[in-house]
Design a binder for this molecule. Structure first.
Ligand code: BES
Ligand code: MN
Ligand code: ZN
Length: 496
C-alpha cells in the first residue's frame, strides 16, 4: 500500500479525485466555507452527527465534492485512541466496497501519536496474508493519502516513523502467520539474513554444532525431538558508537509447539505455529530499524526450533545443564519456551547490555490473566518497566506490569536439579518469569509475555504484529529521537 502525507484544506479536499474521501471530524469542529463544511454543519445541526469517535456518515455523489464516495468520520478529541476507534469503526465499510484510492482529510492539528495511530490503523485494515495462497488476493486499498491542515517537519517525521513501523509490523505478521512447514528454524535464519542484508548490518545464524559448543544444553533439549535442525540467530544493528551498550531483544522462536512428550490436546493445536511470534516481532523490529537507522545499538537473539514428541525427545524428569551451568529438571516438556530463552539470556551477557528484553508467547496463564488486550510485562528494573509501559501506551500496543515476588519461585524447587521448569498451575505466568529471572541477573531485564496479544483466534485468526509498535517506541525513545530521525538519509530511505 502506498502511503503519503500532504497539506490539504477542506476546500482542496472537495476537489480530491480519489475513489473515496474520508473526513475526520472532531467534536469541536469549526465549519469553513466549503461544501463539506456545509454538509457537516447540517448533520450536526440535525443531531445526526456530533463528531464522537466511532460515528460515521456516508454520502454519495455529493454536490461540490469530486470524490463519488464521502465519509464523515467522528474523531472525538483527536487523540490516538479516538482516531484508532474511528478507523476500527469505519474501515470495514471502506473494505466492503471497491475503494482502491482513499484520501483521509484531517482538518485539525493532529498530534504525532494520533497521526501514527491513523497510519497504523489504516495499514492494519488493509493487510492481507499472501505467503501460502496459490492466488494471493491483492490488497484492495492500493493507496492512501493523508491530508493534514498543517504539514511541518514534526508531522512529516512522525509519519515517516509510522510508515517504517508499518513495514516492521507487517513483516512480523507475515512470518508469524506462515505455517510451521514454511516457517522452519532454517527459514527464520534466512529471513533474518535477508533483513540484515537489506539494512547492511551483521547477522550470524548458528546451527546445532555451534550451539552444542556454546553449551546450550537447555535449548538443545527442546530441539532434540525434531528432524528440523535448530537455529540460533544473532542480529546486530549498530547505529551508534561501538562503546554504547546495546539493547538486546530476545524472541522465542518455537516454530511449532506440540508440547513434546507432554503433548497438547488436538483442539486448536494449529495455533501453536504462532509460538514463534516473539521471534517474528524481533525480525519486524530489525526491519524497521533498517529503514529508520536510529542512533543506537540493538542486538536481536532468536533461539529457534520445533518442540516435537519423538523417540529421541526430551522426557519429563530429564535433567539438563543450561549454558549458565544451572541444572534444570524438565518436569513438563510443554514448558519449552523458558528452556530455549534461558540459554539465549545467558548468551546475552557477552554484549554487556544496557537492557535485555525477551518477547515470548510463554504461558496460557498470561492469556487467562490479561486476555488479548495487554501483554504481560515483568521487569527486574523499575526504570525499564516504566519506559516499556509508557512506550506501550504511546504506541497503543499496551502492556501491564506483573509481580516478581520471590514467593512465586517457591514451586520451581527440584529434588534433582537446581531448578524445575514448572511450578503449579496457580500464577503460571509469574512462575515462568521467575524461572527466566534466574538467568537474567547480569543486566536490567524485562520479559513481555505476548501469549494473549500476538495473534487472534476464531474467524479473524491471524497474527497481530504485536509488540513491534511498543518496541519501536521504546527504542526510539532510548535513542532520544522519537520525534526526529537525525539523518537526512532517513526520509529518502523510508519513502523508497
Ligand atoms: N506456547 C505455550 C504457551 C501458550 C499457550 C501460548 C496457549 C498461547 C496460547 C507454552 O509453550 C506452553 O505450552 N506453556 C504451558 C506451560 C505449562 C506447561 C507450565 C502452558 O501455558 O500451559
Ligand atoms: Mn509449550
Ligand atoms: Zn510454547
Amino acid at each position: 500500500m502506498n502511503l503519503e502525507i500532504c497539506q490539504l484544506s477542506l476546500a482542496q479536499a472537495c476537489q480530491d479525485k480519489s475513489d473515496a474521501l474520508m473526513v475526520l471530524v472532531p467534536e469541536a469542529f469549526k465549519p469553513g466555507q466549503d461544501a463539506i463544511s456545509a454538509l457537516m454543519a447540517h448533520a450536526i445541526q440535525a443531531k445526526d452527527f456530533d463528531g464522537k469517535s466511532g460515528q460515521w456518515l456516508a454520502a454519495y455523489r455529493t454536490a461540490g465534492v469530486t470524490a463519488s464516495q464521502l465519509f464523515l468520520v467522528g474523531a472525538g478529541q483527536g487523540t490516538a485512541a479516538h482516531i484508532k476507534a474511528a478507523m476500527v469503526a469505519v474501515m470495514p465499510r471502506i473494505k466492503s466496497g471497491q475503494v482502491k484510492k482513499l484520501t483521509v482529510a484531517c482538518p485539525f492539528p493532529l498530534e504525532g501519536s494520533a497521526l501514527q495511530a491513523l497510519v497504523i490503523s489504516l495499514a492494519e485494515a488493509s493487510y492481507v496474508y499472501t505467503s501460502t495462497q496459490s492466488k494471493p488476493k491483492p490488497r484492495q486499498l492500493k493507496s492512501v493519502r493523508i491530508g493534514v491542515s498543517h504539514c511541518n517537519a514534526t508531522v512529516q517525521t512522525a509519519f515517516d516513523v509510522a510508515k517504517a513501523t508499518v513495514v516492521g509490523v507487517e513483516f512480523a505478521k507475515e512470518w508469524a502467520n506462515r505455517p510451521a512447514n514454511h516457517a522452519t528454524p532454517t527459514a527464520l535464519g534466512l529471513a533474518a539474513q535477508s533483513v540484515a542484508q537489506g539494512g547492511k548490518f551483521s547477522c550470524d545464524v548458528l546451527g546445532p554444532k555451534e550451539v552444542a559448543h556454546l553449551g546450550m544444553g537447555s535449548f538443545m533439549a527442546v530441539a532434540k525431538g525434531s528432524r528440523e535442525p535448530l537455529r540460533f540467530i544473532v542480529m546486530r544493528y549498530q547505529g551508534a558508537a561501538k562503546s554504547l551498550a546495546p539493547v538486546v531483544l530476545v524472541g522465542k522462536g518455537i516454530t511449532f509447539d506440540t508440547g513434546g512428550i507432554s503433548i497438547k490436546p488436538a483442539a486448536e493445536m494449529d495455533e501453536m505455529k504462532f509460538d514463534m511470534s516473539g521471534a517474528a516481532s524481533v525480525l519486524g523490529v530489525f526491519k524497521t530499524l533498517s529503514l529508520l537507522k536510529p542512533a543506537l545499538n540493538v542486538v536481536g537473539l532468536i533461539p529457534a526450533c520445533e518442540n516435537m514428541p519423538d523417540g529421541l525427545a526430551v522426557k519429563p524428569g530429564d535433567v539438563v545443564t543450561s549454558m549458565s551451568g544451572q541444572t534444570i529438571e524438565i518436569l513438563n516438556t510443554d514448558a519449552e519456551g523458558r528452556l530455549v530463552l534461558c540459554d539465549a539470556l545467558t548468551y546475552a551477557e557477552r554484549f554487556k547490555p544496557a537492557a535485555v528484553i525477551d518477547i515470548a508467547t510463554l504461558t496460557g496463564a498470561c492469556v487467562i490473566a490479561l486476555g488479548g488486550v495487554r501483554s504481560g510485562l515483568f521487569a527486574s528494573d523499575d526504570a525499564l518497566a516504566q519506559a516499556l509501559h509508557l512506550a506501550g501506551e504511546e504506541a497503543m500496543d499496551l502492556c501491564w506490569r506483573m509481580p516478581l515476588d520471590e514467593a512465586y519461585a517457591e514451586g520451581l524447587k527440584s529434588n534433582f536439579a537446581d531448578v524445575a521448569n514448572v511450578a503449579g498451575r496457580a500464577g503460571g505466568a509469574v512462575s515462568a518469569a521467575k524461572f527466566l529471572q534466574r538467568f537474567a541477573k547480569a543486566f536490567p531485564w524485562a520479559h513481555l509475555d505476548i501469549a494473549g496479544t500476538a495473534w487472534k483466534s476464531g474467524a479473524a485468526k491471524g497474527a497481530t504484529g504485536r509488540p513491534v509498535g511498543l518496541l519501536i517506541h521504546y527504542l526510539l525513545a532510548q535513542a532520544g529521537r522519537s520525534a526526529a530521525p537525525a539523518k537526512s538519509a532517513v526520509r529518502r530511505k523510508v519513502n523508497a
